[in-house]
Design a protein. Structure first.
Length: 357
């Protein structure tokens, strides 16, 4: 995004019904992608931030080849590099009262509060920077039960909110939030039955295109599970198009030519996840990793949470291996053109990779 001017042209609340269609099948031709990505050319070292998978909240970083591992400060490994500093987006309580808010924190531990919404209800989805660091976006879920005494009028409201960022001496400050996407569903059906949850309005992980006028996002659809959409923003409104079904965690390649994601589905009691890439128009889907079943109904090896190398030549991702009551997590890397994955960690306790310059 060259500027945040497109936000000013959008109305404050846009109600969108996203119609999704199955792609019907994935193509597997990797020739064009292989030529574009330069085959086995080593990636720029960059930095991969990742978390400890045991829930201790500790984060580390390493080079793109797996060397140089060090423990890092900052909250979540979703950050934007601005000048010579890296600012992490964190979600935390301000003063142990009220809802959590979004903060930015740098590697020195300095923190800046970016949101101040008394009704904010976090739905477990990380925030996302736009590629030019002019804004960041958050997903929120609200309900209207406090605004009306009539339960038939109560609704779940899911929103994608963009917040402009003003940088002063290398420190981020937040502008006025704008709701750019909104989904609604009633809390009760026409017979007064509680519909129980907010899944259908709760947007999942999302990522902005390099141009800043499109966002790839995940959401839940009953009967289909998780789906990917691309929402295209224009001066007069927006359009949405389906990208893939039974898929999640989309990330745009640095040049915007492809989107990586993990397909996730079930087969009997087996949970299956693999890393794929696809063009933004829904063509040329390529599977890069393969689910490996283990002994027993809940055992196996799954791959998820892809992240691109700075030159677009590689993808790093998290791998979970389940065996009995034991789970191990490590970071692996695979060529974006296809090839054999290699392991970047071996401690069994590494997840949530984010690869940045």
């Amino acid at each position: 995004m060259k500027s945040s001017s497109w936000l000013k042209s959008l109305p404050n609340r846009i109600v969108v019904a996203l119609c999704l269609a199955s792609l019907g099948g994935f193509l597997s031709d990797t020739d064009a992608l292989a030529q574009k990505k330069g085959g086995g050319t080593p990636p720029a070292p960059g930095t991969i931030y990742f978390s400890n998978a045991n829930g201790t909240g500790l984060y580390s970083s390493m080079h793109g080849d797996g060397s140089g591992k060090v423990q890092s400060t900052g909250g979540v490994p979703k950050y934007q590099k601005h000048g010579n500093s890296r600012w992490f987006l964190q979600h935390r309580t301000v003063d142990d009262t009220g809802p959590d808010q979004w903060f930015a924190a740098n590697e020195a531990g300095d923190a800046v509060q970016l949101t101040n919404d008394p009704n904010l209800r976090w739905n477990g989805v990380p925030a996302s920077w736009t590629k030019d660091d002019s804004s960041f976006s958050i997903c929120c879920v609200y309900d209207t039960s406090a605004s009306s005494p009539d339960p038939s009028e109560w609704e779940w409201i899911g929103q994608l909110i963009v917040i402009p960022v003003v940088w002063t001496d290398g420190v981020p400050g937040a502008g006025t939030p704008t709701v750019v996407l909104e989904l609604r569903r009633p809390i009760y059906d026409e017979w007064g039955n509680d519909l129980w949850n907010d899944y259908e309005v709760s947007l999942g992980r999302h990522d902005w295109s390099p141009g800043g006028d499109e966002v790839a996002l995940t959401r839940w659809v009953w009967g289909t599970c998780s789906v990917l959409d691309i929402v295209h923003f224009t001066a007069t409104g927006l359009e949405s198009r389906p990208l893939a079904t039974q898929a999640a965690n989309p990330v745009w390649s640095p040049d915007g030519s492809h989107i990586a994601f993990n397909q996730q589905r079930t087969s009997g009691s087996q949970e299956i996840r693999d890393i794929w890439t696809i063009k933004p128009d829904g063509t040329d889907a390529v599977q890069l990793t393969n689910y490996t079943p283990g002994k027993g109904s809940s055992n196996g090896t799954i791959q998820y949470l892809p992240t691109w190398s700075p030159d677009g030549a590689y993808l790093a991702y998290a791998e979970q291996v389940s065996s009995g009551n034991k789970w191990t997590y490590n970071i692996r890397r695979v060529p974006a053109a296809g090839g054999s994955p290699i392991s970047l960690t071996s401690d069994g306790n590494s997840s949530l990779p984010q690869w940045r310059p």
